[in-house]
Design a protein around this ligand. Structure first.
Ligand SMILES: C[S@@+](CC[C@H](N)C(=O)[O-])C[C@H]1O[C@@H](n2cnc3c(N)ncnc32)[C@H](O)[C@@H]1O
Length: 250
């Protein structure tokens, strides 16, 4: 297990907490075609990381984090009543907006009820500790790439632009059942995605909820959502190809 980074923001369906349960990457390159907050790659930040997301906010936010100097992050206001208080690039408002509520799928404009209650630990919501975490970590991802596009583009990018033949593919799409509908982009052809995953070269790890049938998933882990006072349990399932199984899949 590498030392890893902590999440740049807390994202709905983010896998950072349970990422160590998945098979460790066996390749130098990790590709996340459905990046979100890239919970898996955050555990292995020194690899060549290629992220892809169809949501322009997610892609824009990663591009911002990859290019922005730590000093610029530290210059953002630690206290905000609304993201309109931030006079900087739009991406800075998105970053802070994600930190104003727990595990949301899009940035918020004002703090949610939990943050307003003040009853939380440092780094749960935006403030000096969260800002310092982001600032301290941005230098560790300068070598990462982000593609704004649909999952299919990640393969062309890895092969044609980088000449990468085999990689560790961590595929975490919006789930085919109801939970996936909470993302701004969730219109997926799962049967095409399943075939695509089977054809990928390298180690392939695919996430879903129990009950999904577009690949022969097996039960993996019951993950608790990090909401105030406990919350729902997500019954996670997994599919791995032979290369991933040989590398010690659960
Ligand atoms: C389950 S989340 C990924 C969570 C991520 N593993 C994490 O740890 O934060 C799924 C992501 O897929 C993105 N997405 C939805 N449709 C997409 C598509 N057609 N191509 C690429 N990304 C897509 C969503 O915007 C969302 O960020």
């Amino acid at each position: 297990m590498s030392s890893g980074l902590k999440p740049f923001w807390r994202y709905y369906g983010g896998k950072w907490r349970i990422a160590p349960r998945y098979p460790a990457p066996v390749h130098d390159t990790i590709v996340e075609p459905f990046a979100g907050a890239a919970g898996y790659s955050m555990r292995w930040p020194n690899r060549n990381v290629i992220l892809c997301d169809a949501d322009p906010i997610i892609a824009g936010l990663w591009a911002y984090l990859i290019r922005t100097p730590a000093a610029e992050i530290r210059a953002l206001p630690a206290k905000v009543e609304t993201v309109d208080d931030i006079h900087g690039p739009q991406e800075a408002r998105w970053l802070v907006g994600f930190w104003l509520n727990a595990g949301v799928s899009a940035p918020c404009r004002t703090p949610g009820a939990w943050m307003r209650s003040g009853d939380y630990s440092p780094c749960q919501f935006w403030g000096e500790p969260a800002r310092e975490r982001v600032a301290r970590q941005v230098d560790a991802i300068r070598h990462w790439c982000i593609i704004h596009g649909s999952w299919e583009s990640a393969l062309d990018f890895a092969h044609d632009w980088h000449g990468i033949s085999a990689a560790t593919w961590y595929v975490d799409p919006p789930y085919s059942g109801k939970p996936g509908q909470y993302y701004r982009h969730h219109d997926i052809d799962y049967s095409a995605l399943g075939q695509w995953c089977r054809n990928l070269h390298g180690q392939v790890i695919v996430c879903e909820n129990e009950g999904a049938e577009w690949l022969p998933f097996r039960p993996f882990h019951n993950a608790k959502a990090m909401t105030k006072g406990g919350g729902r349990v997500s019954r996670e399932a997994i599919w791995t190809n032979d290369a991933a199984s040989a590398a010690g899949a659960a």
